[in-house]
Design a protein around this ligand. Structure first.
Ligand code: GN1
Ligand code: MG
Length: 374
């Protein structure tokens, strides 16, 4: 979309000043994101303008209500405790026509850019991983006590892994897929065998069963705690807060821990093609765990602690089968790079390489949880 059109869209939000610069941000597989700078009386100020993909998020009003409710809760709690609310969480900007959900023209929203922050796609610095874990743990701590069941389930059964398995099986048995994309089935043969192995399928309902049986509490979970969704202070590299609250829903604590480490345990990119570059590093696991658990001393239950290594396995398995299913369905969900052939299959394979190594290191992971658990 050209800059002029974007500026015209931006004018529908209550911001004092003039937009002077717009840049496209490349991260994210779902929404389109732009950074936009305004010239104001106090100097330049940055905002984030987003076109939300309503195929993935059809109930955008409910989504925005979830965000409003949890961010207000965090702010109020901090105030009550006499803590600073500065850079605590994201803040949406109202539209000029005062849309109740701060949405302009069905898909557009604007949020404040949190000052003096940066993000990482990956890092080699263990201190940053500890900070990433701390950010995810702190999010849980701040929302402990929020009635999770009152949140709208924005994408039904989002991390309900048995349902992801069901969707994969549908993709595998679809006649249309087989007719249109026989070549893809052939290329994915080994991957399909790996993920449909009985011993793996049997692990996919353990956490969801524990939730159903109330062995672990239903929590407010972020569900997309990957490294690139965490803001860090530009000068100190301390974690500031989690962003991308679109998938905040009721869930299990292990989902957030797991999703953080799916991307945190390795320096490899999510779509690394050279599998020899993918290494699930237990030191990275330890660094993240240390930060995560340091925030949750009085929050996490003993049973939840036990689910953490499995959460990492689950999130990695789940992303892999989602990429695979999308590949067989013809790339309809995740945005793919046209210059990378079989992009979703590459992503699935990279996740599976990680999963294979995690399976080998299960005992080491449990050892780390014991070391930092309470
Ligand atoms: C999607 O768009 P993004 O990058 O925030 C996806 C996550 C996946 C992730 C894989 C709503 O997140 O669940 O883990 O891609 N979000 C949705 O990188 O499906
Ligand atoms: Mg997201």
């Amino acid at each position: 979309m050209n800059k002029e059109k974007l500026i015209n869209i931006a004018k529908n939000f209550k911001i004092e000043g003039d937009p002077i610069k717009i840049e496209k941000c490349d991260s994210g597989h779902i929404n389109k994101t732009y950074a936009i700078t305004y010239k104001t009386k106090e100097g330049c100020k940055k905002y984030i303008l987003q076109y939300v993909n309503t195929n993935v998020f059809p109930n955008l009003s409910d989504l925005m209500r979830n965000i409003k409710n949890i961010t207000e809760y965090m702010v109020n709690k901090a105030k009550e405790n006499g803590e600073s609310t500065d850079r605590l969480t994201i803040r949406m900007i109202d539209t000029i026509d005062e849309n109740p959900h701060s949405i302009y023209n069905k898909n557009w929203r604007m949020e404040e850019f949190i000052d003096n922050t940066k993000t990482y796609l990956t890092t080699e610095d263990l201190n940053i991983l500890t900070e990433a874990g701390r950010a995810a743990g702190r999010f849980q701590k701040h929302l402990n006590g929020f009635p999770a069941e009152e949140l709208c389930e924005i994408i039904p059964k989002f991390h309900y892994t048995p349902n992801r398995v069901k969707q994969l099986k549908e993709a595998l048995s679809s006649k249309e897929n087989l007719e249109k994309r026989e070549d893809r089935f052939k290329l994915a043969k080994d991957v399909i065998e790996f993920v449909t192995d009985e011993k793996r399928l049997n692990k996919t309902n353990i956490i969801t069963n524990k939730l159903e049986n109330k062995e672990i509490p239903l929590r407010v979970t972020h569900n997309d705690t990957k490294l690139s969704n965490i803001l860090f202070d530009k000068d100190t590299d301390k974690a500031v807060c989690l962003i991308d609250l679109d998938t905040v829903m009721p869930g299990a604590l292990a989902y957030d821990f797991g999703e953080g480490l799916r991307t945190g345990i390795t320096t490899a990119k999510e779509d690394e093609q050279d599998l020899s570059k993918i290494f699930a590093d237990i030191n990275r696991f330890e660094a993240y765990t240390k930060g995560f658990l340091s925030e949750l001393k009085n929050t996490i239950t003993e049973e939840e602690l036990k689910t953490l290594p499995l959460g990492v396995w689950m999130m990695t398995y789940e992303n892999s089968i989602r990429f695979l299913a999308d590949y067989l369905n013809g790339d309809t969900y995740f945005a793919v790079d046209e210059n990378i052939e079989n992009h979703n299959l590459i992503r699935a394979k990279a996740q599976l390489e990680l999963l294979r190594q995690m399976e080998e290191k299960e005992e080491d992971m449990k050892g780390v949880i014991k070391k930092y658990g309470f």
